[in-house]
Design a protein around this ligand. Sequence first.
Ligand code: GDG
Length: 489
Amino acid sequence: MPWTTGQLKTAIENIIKDRLLIIASNREPYIHIYKEGKIEYIRPVGGAVTALDPVMKVCKGIWVAYGTGTADREVVDKSNEIKVPPENPKYTLRRIWLTKDEENGYYYGYSNKCIWPLFHMAYTRPVFNEVDWAYYKIVNQKFADTILEIVKKKEAFIWIQDYHLMLLSKLLKEKNKNLITAHFLHIPWPNPEAFRICPQKIEILEGLLANDLLGFHIRYHCGNFMETVRLELEARVDLEKTSVTYGGHETLIRAFPISVDYDQISKEAESEEVKTEMDRLRDEFSIDSKVFIMVGLDRIDYTKGIIEKIKAVDRFLEKFPEYKGKVIFIQKGGLSRIHIDKYKELNDRINSLVEEVNWKHSTEKWRPIVFVRKHMTRREIVGLYKIADACLVSPLHDGMNLVCKEFIAAKNDLNGVLILSQFTGAARELNDAIFVNPYDRESFALAIKEAIDLPRKEKERRMKNLRTVVNENNIYKWAGKFLEELKKI
Ligand code: GDG
């Protein structure tokens, strides 16, 4: 039986009891901005926030994050706090302010020029810079100070998110040994050979091993982490128990495959609003009912394999020109980390490649690729999934990938095929996808052909199985299992 919000609530009440629950993450779940002189809020794009917001609505804790919106300071109280979701408050958001230098060094610098490429191993060289590292430490300390100020003498459980805050647990425990800390890493943990080049590797490992529980998406990442520890530190690595003991403190290492709010997406997909949205999208992109629609949805990031998708569509049309005018690939790409050169270059490269492929194959009335840049609402996204005959998810490496799970949750008519990179965490669960190696343009093109040719019955059989997997392993189960593990501490 799938986990429900009610079940998660009970689990939380039993496990957390009257402890304070604090989530710490870089990104905030709601961003307030000025628009035409008025204050509005938007939901940021990104997997961690998408996954955690429904959990926090049930948990009623405090979420500590960095405030980035132009109107963020306007709406908080004296303690920099605001109740969210703004239209129906369920939990507290506590904002932390960073200076431009801190944001540059900690976020763009150490987190995203060093750790992100180092951990994804997608052939982008990490940049190690001492100043960035210094800011990374300063910002981790800022988070620690804020959390300690909130907790005071209370009993608390701190749930840390992702690679931006890998020193936080140690900084907290140095000041307050009674805190229980757990950390979930949303990105892969690389193999020891890749990780060993990091000049700050020992500090990072020691930071993470201050946690009582350390979670990754899949067992493969847990294995990489434990192997890294074995090679780098004088620690006891217990493979049976999957734990590491370092300096007398034990950290449990566990896999928790993250997921989506299946029920909510599935329900939304049936709504009248989404039906209207589907018509609007077909209209906007002038799509004939006989056209085979492929969609993609990613932050513009070199790990997501967007270039590889466009090249595969290009190769597909070279090999099977009879499909000209009969297929369309709609890729939504949200700008991300644009202050980093590699991201700017990628964005330019995508622009020219789309131009090139469209010019090469287009006819008077048709072009194969539509690249959408504007921010989409959740409803528009569900509409996009619903009109799609296939979803192309082709990261070069991805911790999990939520887009493929959202697509599955939206496909209540069973009419859709998932083409999925074998290098995503999701590939371990979603056995009924058509798998691709995004580095191999030729077989990727053939996978598109296979998706088009799949008989209706087979499509439905696969989608049914995929939906069972995502339904049974929804976001509430992810959170519930994570919290249940705390009982062992
Ligand atoms: C990290 C890990 C892991 C996209 N465009 C819009 C929009 N999105 C939403 C999608 C989806 C989310 O952003 C992207 O999630 P992913 O999982 O694909 O990717 P990352 O941001 O890289 O997430 C990843 C995840 O953390 C969770 O642990 O799965 O491996 O890299 O939910 O729908 N949302 C809105 N407008 C858009 O235009 N509203």
